[in-house]
Design a protein around this ligand. Structure first.
Ligand SMILES: Nc1ncnc2c1ncn2[C@@H]1O[C@H](COP(=O)(O)OP(=O)(O)O)[C@@H](O)[C@H]1O
Ligand SMILES: [Mg+2]
Length: 233
């Protein structure tokens, strides 16, 4: 393992929606870093729709990234709040209790940050995601800002993505949250629509598409230095 210089680096993974591939791509990102000798970890604040097995509730996203990237962590350390209901965390916690406290997220995030040189935090849903909505109101962007993170946007390569990416970029800009890059998922080389989407998204947003992920990719196709540049101090 290559050790850093005491400053851990971090990035927040968001997407144009739920099921776009945040977890799939995050696993490839963390795997790439670890395969290159970097101490890379994963963290997620709130996960809903967790799988219920005879061994208890499994936080699937954390479990998947832990396995693919071989982080070898206890999954309980990778996620702060786990809900069974497959609904937004604000609604899941209205049903199940245990609403998100920002102070716990900050504490768990910093604990993860102290263990790893490169910490990748996965968001919940897309960029507009109520995390808690009762007597306290927390939106996903409040967490991103509290932790001082920049973002990497995961989007689909296909039809409709220009609209979804531009809306996501505009929302983030409006909230003063930096965007370090975009990754397109479910990309097929040579697909005319996909190739044009790359061009048009960069043209309209002025944000770089830093990697393309194809169906069932086992590795992230990106220069390691370019990937390291996505992380902030
Ligand atoms: N490039 C890909 N190739 C194959 N399966 C993918 C790919 N991207 C996403 N998936 C699958 O699509 C589903 C949703 O992706 P996931 O990463 O869980 O989305 P999110 O974390 O954004 O909700 C998962 O079953 C995942 O394994
Ligand atoms: Mg996920």
């Amino acid at each position: 393992m290559r050790w850093g210089f005491g400053i851990s680096k971090k990035i927040f993974i968001t997407a144009t929606g739920t099921d776009i591939g945040k977890t799939f791509v995050t696993a490839l990102i963390v795997k790439k870093l670890r395969d290159n000798g970097y101490k890379a970890g994963y963290y997620k604040a709130a996960l809903s729709g967790a799988e219920v097995t005879e061994n208890g509730i499994v936080p699937d996203d954390a479990y998947y990234v832990n396995k693919i990237a071989k982080i070898n962590e206890n999954v309980d350390n990778l996620v702060s709040y786990v809900y069974k209901e497959p609904v937004s965390p604000h609604l899941a916690s209205q049903i199940e209790g245990n609403p998100v406290e920002i102070s716990k997220v900050v504490e768990d995030f910093n604990k993860a940050l102290s263990k790893y040189d490169y910490l990748t935090m996965e968001g919940s849903g897309g960029i507009v995601c109520p995390i808690r909505y009762d007597n306290k109101k927390i939106m996903l962007e409040d967490i991103i800002k509290e932790l001082g993170l920049s973002t990497l946007i995961i989007a689909d390569a296909g039809l409709g993505t220009i609209n979804n990416v531009v809306l996501t970029v505009e929302y983030l800009k409006n909230r003063g949250i930096p965007i370090n890059g975009i990754i397109l998922n479910h990309y097929s080389k040579g697909n005319m629509l996909h190739e044009d989407n790359i061009k048009m998204i960069e043209e309209i947003t002025k944000v770089k598409i830093v990697a393309l992920v194809e169906e069932n990719d086992k590795e992230l196709n990106i220069d390691i230095n370019k990937l390291l540049e996505m992380y902030d101090d």
